[in-house]
Design a protein around this ligand. Structure first.
Ligand code: ATP
Ligand code: MG
Length: 419
């Protein structure tokens, strides 16, 4: 049996890094008062259609959608922001405070061709700062992405930002872009030809060299931005400069989701080949209103966890932890009394593994060594009769017999010796 194409098991040896990432995110994001939120993986298909927008790759071809037994149209979420926006509205989160800072980590689903850095079930860590128009909010979220990546020892990444204006400005620009590109239509790559009709701005994103050549003389979106767009962007750049966060302005950066306005940004790395974007984000001022909520200008980002982990995994030497104590028993009486030891170890916060095979002590000791435990506690007929336990230090082989009542003390001594 194999997992489905484009899905992966995250095994115990891998999960340690995921746990580390979760803990770092929790610590750093809590400091800036971001609260974790977990929304359902299943949502109504219409939520994504209404937010992500027609003509985007996600809506056109990447959604895992189906009809359930009640004939409802449902989709396994392809991204987090629309779900958070829905939750913000359903739960009237704006009633407590007009600013909401939220973060999430969880699986996303997109029907794409599986390859390096691209899965059908993958995970995103994301944050959303909701309720502020200020470019300070944009700076806050970019700063947090930067902090997180630093803390996770991610190197060789670069921040690219752009101002994509508002919907009105983009509409005017889109017309001009189409006008410019139409004479070159047959020279564009196949995807861009289709996008000329479905989503012309995304042609700017094309990786095709011929298309990029054609685009060199195309009108630039910046020329179509009005004062408020430009002011917002200039202030953000000022804040980033002050923070010492390096960035480049990429005039061609257009995100694949319709709901963005003003700021769009991506964080890319040189260590990943073609799937080189680890973080994507931007400002979305009208999404929540568009979904029926109050006017809530917002900004956020999402990091692709698998891509991030693949570049940082060598920076961490995290191993599955061995239990400190192995509990070897023989005979029914010992198997009863060992539960008392289990309770003591648990109370003392000492990790252990209980033998379940009832083999000879020799085999049980072998197992303890294989597990790399520090000490083995041996409980057999002799020990039971005399109310004793045998303690064996596994690295030295030294063993001694102690009275059951001294167990905690002895283990504490062993612990300090081993520490
Ligand atoms: P791409 O251009 O690589 O398809 P995207 O613009 O579709 O990315 P976003 O929707 O911005 O991606 O998602 C944010 C991040 O989630 C991406 O930068 C990437 O790290 C990760 N991501 C997106 N799709 C996948 C996928 N199919 N498999 C693994 N990670 C993904
Ligand atoms: Mg994509």
């Amino acid at each position: 049996m194999q997992p489905l194409r484009g899905t992966k098991d995250i095994l115990p040896r891998d999960i340690i890094l995921w746990q580390h990432l979760y803990n770092v995110a929790l610590r750093i994001l809590s400091l800036s008062n971001y609260q974790e939120i977990r929304t359902p993986i299943l949502e109504a298909t219409s939520l994504f259609e209404r937010s992500i927008g027609e003509g985007t790759d996600i809506i056109n071809k990447e959604m895992y959608s189906f009809t359930d037994q009640g004939k409802r149209h449902l989709t396994l979420r392809p991204e987090g922001t629309a779900c958070i926006a829905r939750s913000f509205i359903s739960n009237k989160l704006y009633q407590n405070s007009h600013i909401q800072r939220l973060w999430y980590l969880g699986p996303m689903f997109r029907y794409e061709r599986p390859q390096n850095g691209r899965q059908r079930q993958f995970h995103q860590l994301g944050i959303e700062c909701m309720g502020s128009k200020s470019p300070m909010a944009d700076a806050e979220v970019i700063r947090l992405a930067n902090n997180l990546l630093k803390e996770l020892k991610c190197k060789d990444y670069r921040v690219e930002i752009n101002s994509i204006g508002n919907i009105k400005e983009r509409k005017v620009y889109q017309k001009e872009l189409i006008k410019y590109l139409e004479p070159y239509e047959s020279d564009l790559d196949h995807d861009s030809q289709k996008r000329l009709i479905t989503n012309p701005l995304r042609i700017l994103d094309s990786k095709n060299t011929k298309t990029q050549e054609i685009l060199q003389k195309a009108p630039a979106l910046t020329q179509y931005l009005d004062n408020s767009s430009i002011e917002h962007f200039d202030l953000l750049c000022n804040f980033l400069n002050y923070l010492g966060i390096e960035y480049t302005i990429n005039n061609k950066l257009i995100r694949g989701l319709d709901y963005y306005n003003y700021t769009a940004f991506e964080i890319k790395t040189d260590s990943l080949g073609t799937q080189d974007t680890i973080c994507g984000g931007g400002r979305y001022d009208s999404l929540i209103q568009q979904l029926g909520g109050p006017d809530t200008p917002s900004v956020g980002w999402a990091i692709g966890i698998e891509r991030l982990l693949s570049i940082i995994q060598n920076e961490f030497n995290l191993n599955v932890k061995s239990p400190e104590v192995y509990l070897a028993t023989q005979g029914i009486e010992a198997q009863k009394q060992v539960w008392g030891i289990v309770n003591i170890l648990e109370k003392e916060n000492i990790s252990f593994e209980l033998d379940l095979d009832s083999n000879s002590f020799q085999k049980q000791l072998k197992k303890a060594n294989r597990l790399n435990a520090n000490i083995c506690l041996i409980l057999g007929d002799n020990e039971i009769k005399q109310n004793n336990i045998t303690i064996k230090q596994l690295n030295t082989g030294v063993q001694k017999v102690i009275n059951y009542s001294n167990l905690i003390e002895e283990i504490k001594i062993e612990k300090t010796v081993l520490a």
